[in-house]
Design a binder for this molecule. Sequence first.
Ligand SMILES: [Zn+2]
Length: 239
Amino acid sequence: MSYQAGRPPTTPEDAIRQVRLACRILARHGQEDLTLGHASVRGPDGHTVWIKRKGRALRDVRKKDVVGIALDDPDGHLTPGAHLETIMHLETYRARPDVGAVIHTHPLYSIALGATTGGLELLSHDGLLFPDGVPVFDGTAGLVTTPGEGQGVARALGEGRAVLLRNHGILAAGPDISWAVLTALTLERAARIQYIARTLGETAPIPREVARELSVTKYREEFAEEYWQDWCGMLDHQT
Ligand SMILES: [Zn+2]
């Protein structure tokens, strides 16, 4: 069985469906935190962002829980029903025309990693997705709710795939929803492996130059779509 592709959406309905699926996949992989956390997708018109609204857990996002916000609306983040931290998504899309999907969650090991100063070590194939490391946004330990703070997150992200929000969570960005989900899940796995490895002994990271080379074969463009199809299949088998 083939599921709707994790590529950039062709219609607003596709965008809404991708947001719903991404939220459920994130929940299925342990990134749910009460009704917090959100996924978004840039719509096919290029300037509408489709994003989960507040008040609903990731595992339970319905069609009506996904709202469209115009990127050129300076008050878009104040849309009724929008999460307080919607601004992080909007400022990331504004700063990065190449980004088609954004995720913000509160995964345990990534939060713990972001509360340290050492950063991500390249200890596993998961770490290979981030051969140049993962930057940290430390502009606030609180919620990111203002345009200035959102711009700070986007600046910290730079041209990267993800940013650790100090003491708070992660923001993952990708060209499409399959890459954004892959990034969010892989960062959390990499942080968890780092925690485990350090409890076992002195760590032996992959040299950065080697990691850059290996990253290309480990994370090929076509793989993200394959993984997306698999994640969607898992959801169908949930009882
Ligand atoms: Zn948050």
